[in-house]
Every structure is written in C-alpha cells, then in structure tokens.
Design a protein around this ligand. Structure first.
Ligand SMILES: CC(C)(COP(=O)(O)OP(=O)(O)OC[C@H]1O[C@@H](n2cnc3c(N)ncnc32)[C@H](O)[C@@H]1OP(=O)(O)O)[C@@H](O)C(=O)NCCC(=O)NCCS
Length: 173
C-alpha cells in the first residue's frame, strides 16, 4: 500500500482514473495510464510493477508473488521488441471494472481518455490485452502488433498458459 501511495504521489508518468456511479458514489471502473516522453524504460518501470514482500507482512494474503512478478516482468521486458525505442508514447497499464457493473461503458470511457491524449500529443497508445480485454480494445481503435505473448504458468503452480495481445493505436497522418 505504501508503494502504491508513493507511486500515486511520486511517479509523474502515471495518471490514475476512476469512473464513479453518481447515484451510489461507488467506484465502477479504474485505470492507470502512463505518458513516457522518452519512451518506456524497463529499468525505471519494472520496480514499480513487481511486488517485493515486506518482512513480517503477509499482505496481500494468498498472493502468488512469483507468478505475479513473472507475468509482469515478461510482459514489460517484451516492450523493447515492439515499442519504438526512445519515442514518446502513452501506455495503459491497468484497467478493471467491478464485476457487477460491467457492460455499462465505464471501461470504454477510460480507454478513450488515453487514446484522446495520445491523439492530441500525436504519439502512439499501447497496451497488452488479456483474452477478456481484447475485444473492447478492438472496439476502441486498437489493433494487434506482431505475435501474441504466450507464457507457461505451470512452473508457478497454475496449469495453463496466459496469452496477451500487443496492441496499439497510431496517430493518423
Ligand atoms: C474488460 C473489462 C475492463 C471491460 O469493462 P466494462 O466496463 O464492462 O467495459 P464496457 O462496458 O466499456 O464495454 C464492454 C463491452 O461488452 C459489452 N457487454 C455487454 N454485456 C456485458 C457484460 N455483462 N459484461 C461485460 N461486457 C458486456 C458492452 O456492451 C460493451 O460493448 P459495446 O462497447 O459494444 O457496447 C472488464 O470486463 C474487466 O474488468 N475484466 C477483468 C479485468 C480485465 O480483463 N481487464 C483488462 C485487462 S487487459
């Protein structure tokens, strides 16, 4: 939690967004977009993404930290192979809608926010889509770039592969 707080306050690349239901004041959907004026740097970015356990603290209870760190490290390391090196871009790092509130357009609003920023800046917007997330990104102008990322999770105790699509929206001429 303290790491999240220091990122919220200190990581100037990050913008945190939320959609709130005005009738209930309930948060419906959240997103974290980043702007990287000099391109994405794995060295600078990955320490924020991976989880470092704190001695004597079990939070978050039951989290498979090795699995979490493996997925995010592999995903972010791959960026050097498909995002233009040193070139400015927006990246959507995180997007989730409360299960009971899905299908109301909340995530679409948060995707469009970043796409609009990228368009105004004249730079690409990037993300890696899960199987569940991919259709919504396609509806919001993203298209797949290169091959899928496929990771075998079995060494971490999960009997499946995870597949992610590298996706982008590029400025129109
Ligand atoms: C992917 C996710 C963020 C979409 O959130 P959302 O707020 O439901 O998205 P939206 O309502 O903007 O759009 C969902 C689309 O599915 C349609 N839909 C219809 N019924 C739906 C339902 N019960 N649940 C979800 N979507 C539904 C919507 O109509 C919409 O399509 P449209 O744009 O053609 O109208 C959400 O399902 C989620 O949090 N999934 C788990 C986390 C995840 O996969 N995040 C993405 C990581 S890449």
């Amino acid at each position: 939690m303290s790491k999240q707080r220091s990122r919220f306050l200190g990581d100037r690349s990050a913008t945190y967004l939320k959609v709130v239901d005005e009738d209930t004041d309930e948060i419906v959907s959240i997103a974290r977009w980043h702007y990287y004026p000099n391109g994405y740097s794995y060295t600078d970015g990955i320490p924020w993404e991976i989880h470092s356990p704190v001695e004597g603290q079990s939070f978050p209870l039951g989290m498979n930290i090795e699995l979490h760190n493996f997925i995010l490290s592999e995903r972010d390391a791959e960026r050097k192979n498909w995002m233009e090196k040193g070139a400015p871009c927006w990246i959507l790092m995180h997007l989730v809608t409360r299960p009971s509130q899905r299908g109301r357009g909340a995530a679409g609003m948060l995707i469009d926010w970043g796409v609009e920023k990228a368009r105004k800046d004249g730079v690409p917007a990037y993300l890696e889509a899960s199987a569940m997330g991919r259709p919504i990104y396609e509806k919001h102008e993203f298209s797949q770039i290169g091959d899928l990322i496929q990771l075998d999770l079995r060494p971490f105790g999960v009997d499946m592969d995870i597949v992610m699509a590298k996706m982008g929206v590029f400025p129109k001429n």
